[in-house]
Design a protein around this ligand. Structure first.
Ligand SMILES: Cc1cc2nc3c(=O)[nH]c(=O)nc-3n(C[C@H](O)[C@H](O)[C@H](O)COP(=O)(O)OP(=O)(O)OC[C@H]3O[C@@H](n4cnc5c(N)ncnc54)[C@H](O)[C@@H]3O)c2cc1C
Length: 421
């Protein structure tokens, strides 16, 4: 049965949900508070499709590392300590979730979702003529310390045990994979099932297909409230009036907690700000996308350009749009790059405007995907943190199954939005 569906939020998660729901014959409206030209988190990111990212953000050692990094303004992580009830609650839940059991319980699902999503990207690339430069040739994880390499090797072994193909590389083998590039590295890991693309191009190709399918895209239209009866949503409120529908989906990224709170629903979420710098004409173009492991910097070739992305600043629960740029963090990314790729220096980044995006971070590092128990016709897909792009299509596909009352191709009770209710 064709339903009228309103999706709040037009980032990669909202638009992929709209795409797969429209494919199933539903009549879809997407509303977004931003203008179409506002290039939010789903645009300037590193564009990596990452089956290799099967370890959630909340993992053993994460707190120790965060405490170490917090005092260095150029480090890859920052959280300003402050008396903010929601931040303290989030940090408490994060610390509770950062266990080996949580990692071993989440890794198989994250891997399955990432692999399925990669399959969706391949299918979309073949159907649409690959306008978004999907490059399915794997990514390299590069380490410049023995300690870092040991840590990545342990993760790689875990991946192998889960059935993910992984190749460990010494410095010579690594250099052979990047013959044109000088690298300071002790070794690395090659994840052949990873891939990369140009996110802006994917988003504009998706918007084009949505328009062709008659999806109603309304920019500059924020959710301001809801009309709800007993256990059902009747309409979502916007400045332009009420919109009624059969189903409502919150895909508001880092803003989702505030949207859910309008209905007295708890969805703990903090925004994790990150930056990227894109060189239009880099002095060298790597043969692969890579992650500079200890520096937590992603390096992605995008056509003839090269993008560097990194840092995670836990900035608080977002109500407005704090996209201010912290120059020390940007400097940290650039210095990190030179430590591994010495041909790139500060001069290469002169005049390059940093882009900032807000990752939606749940405390346990797992997205919220599913229906809320309190309302029959309200669901959410948000909180994908550093893998939202990678998981975009599979999230959209699963949401379209859920909204259609079909069997789910991947069971996702672990991702229930009520897990902190
Ligand atoms: C530097 C950096 C690098 C990254 N690299 C990668 C990568 O390589 N691979 C990967 O998988 N992920 C990566 N990510 C993460 C990824 O970008 C995010 O997880 C993803 O974009 C989140 O998508 P989203 O649709 O949930 O949120 P968003 O893209 O933020 O979309 C949410 C939308 O909701 C709208 N909205 C908010 N409030 C309202 C309201 N009240 N009413 C209506 N609309 C509203 C917003 O305007 C926004 O457009 C990176 C992120 C950063 C910052």
């Amino acid at each position: 049965m064709s339903k009228r569906i309103v999706i709040a939020g037009g980032g990669v998660i909202g638009l992929c949900t709209a795409y797969y729901a429209a494919e199933r014959g539903h009549r879809v409206t997407v509303i977004d508070r931003a203008a179409e030209s506002d290039l939010g988190c789903s645009y300037g990111n590193a564009g990596m499709i990452t089956p290799s990212h099967f370890v959630p953000l909340a993992a053993p050692g994460a707190i120790r590392l965060a405490l170490k990094w917090m005092w260095n303004p150029e480090s890859p992580f920052y959280m300003r300590p402050r008396l903010d009830r929601r931040l303290i609650e989030w940090a408490w839940k994060f610390q509770r979730a950062a266990t080996a059991e949580h990692v071993s319980g989440s890794a198989p699902l994250l891997l399955q979702l990432n692999l399925a999503s990669r399959g969706c990207f391949e299918q979309l690339a073949s159907e649409w003529g690959n306008p978004f430069d999907l490059t399915p040739k794997g990514i390299l994880m590069i380490c410049n310390t023995e300690e870092g390499l040991e840590h990545e090797m342990a993760t790689a072994m875990m991946g192998r045990a889960l059935g993910l193909p992984v190749e460990t590389l010494d410095a010579t083998q690594l250099a052979a994979m990047e013959p044109e590039l000088s690298m300071r590295a002790v070794g690395g890991i090659y994840f052949p099932k990873d891939a990369y693309l140009t996110p802006e191009r994917f988003m504009s190709a998706l918007i084009k297909r949505l328009r062709e399918r008659g999806v109603d895209l309304r920019w500059n239209t924020a959710v301001t409230g809801w009309h709800a009866g007993a256990g059902r949503i009747d309409a979502v409120m916007t400045a332009d009036g009420a919109l009624d529908a059969d189903e409502f989906v919150i895909c508001g990224g880092a803003w989702s907690a505030g949207i859910a709170r309008q209905l007295k629903l708890r969805l703990p979420m903090q925004a994790g700000k990150g930056y990227s710098l894109t060189l239009p004409r880099p002095r060298k173009q790597p043969a692969h996308a890579m992650i500079l492991s200890e520096a937590r910097v992603a390096v992605t070739p995008m056509g003839s350009a090269l993008r560097f992305g990194g840092t995670m600043e836990i900035t608080g629960e977002i109500t407005g749009t704090d996209l201010s740029i912290n120059p020390a963090r940007v400097r940290g990314i650039i210095k990190g790059v030179s430590k591994y790729l010495p041909e790139f220096t500060v001069d290469d980044f002169q005049g390059v405007k940093p882009w900032a995006g807000l990752r939606p971070c749940s405390p346990d590092g797992l997205p919220y995907i599913g229906r809320f128990q309190s309302f029959d016709n309200l669901s959410v897909a948000a909180g994908h943190a550093m893998m939202g792009f990678s998981l975009g299509p599979i999230t959209g596909k699963l949401m379209s199954e859920l909204l259609s009352g079909a069997d789910l191709s991947i069971p996702m009770s672990q991702l229930s939005p009520d897990r902190y209710a």
